[in-house]
Write a protein that binds this ligand. Structure first.
Ligand SMILES: [Zn+2]
Ligand SMILES: [Zn+2]
Length: 235
């Protein structure tokens, strides 16, 4: 059965809804309605290539970090936040494709030349059941779009679930971000996650990859949590 026919039959059973506003989207497989698609809060062209926040980023929070560059497509709010929640809940291929297209639109092909794509590892839930591999779905979609090879399963780690709202210091103190590299990593790595918040997950992954021999590391995310207080202080 074609995926399009499958989507149509599924839509007869469960009518599609926009994951942001709940309205009916134009297409039976669309994740967002047309209005919300136009409201995705894209980041401006001028962003800091270390912390991925709009310039000026103030005292750059990524001035000292294990990665070389960081890019993000949107600000983590509104329709972008709804997409992130949808991907976390479902690891939907459609949602991942939409988000990957926004990321790819921000990158020059030459920026990825010679790089391999690695998802940050899926976190385990508190009951030890495997978490939904949303970063894996996003990295897979980005690999298809960019033609860069996907390397899954090289990174693992973190004993327990990441809490998006936890403060970085608290999270680091619980050592939840220790990552393990199973083998020799590619020399050039693109790390992929859905959201770049404090950067603690990227930092743990990048540190582990660099220790294992990676030479260039770029962190890409669909959405960036923007620290407006820090930016205001820069003016
Ligand atoms: Zn909508
Ligand atoms: Zn910065």
């Amino acid at each position: 059965m074609s995926s399009r026919l499958g989507d149509f039959l599924a839509s007869l059973i469960v009518p599609p809804i926009c994951c942001s506003c709940g309205a009916e989207p134009a297409g039976s497989s669309d994740v967002l309605c047309r209005r919300c698609s136009n409201l995705i809060p894209l980041l401006p062209a001028a962003i800091c290539d270390r912390c991925a926040q709009p310039l000026p980023c103030g005292v750059c929070p990524a001035e000292v970090s294990a990665w070389d560059r960081a890019y993000s497509a949107c600000e983590h709010r509104g329709a972008a936040k709804a997409l992130v929640l949808n991907l976390k809940a479902t690891a939907s291929k459609r949602t991942a494709e939409l988000m990957a297209a926004e990321i790819a639109g921000r990158l020059e092909p030459k920026q990825l030349s010679g790089f391999a794509i690695l998802p940050v590892p899926a976190r385990r839930q508190q009951d030890s059941a495997p978490a939904c591999d949303h970063a894996g779905a996003l990295a897979g979609a980005l690999s298809v779009l960019t033609g860069r090879p996907l390397i899954s399963g090289l990174l693992s780690g973190g004993s327990s679930a990441r809490q998006a709202t936890a403060r970085r210091a608290v999270r680091l103190s619980h050592n939840r971000f220790k990552m393990v590299v199973a083998g020799r990593p590619p020399l050039r790595c693109v790390l992929v996650d859905d959201v770049h918040t404090t950067g603690a997950t990227f930092e743990a992954c990048a540190s582990a990859l660099r220790s294992a021999g990676a030479q260039q590391i770029v962190c890409v995310s669909f959405a960036r949590a923007v620290d407006r207080g820090r930016m205001a202080a820069a003016w």
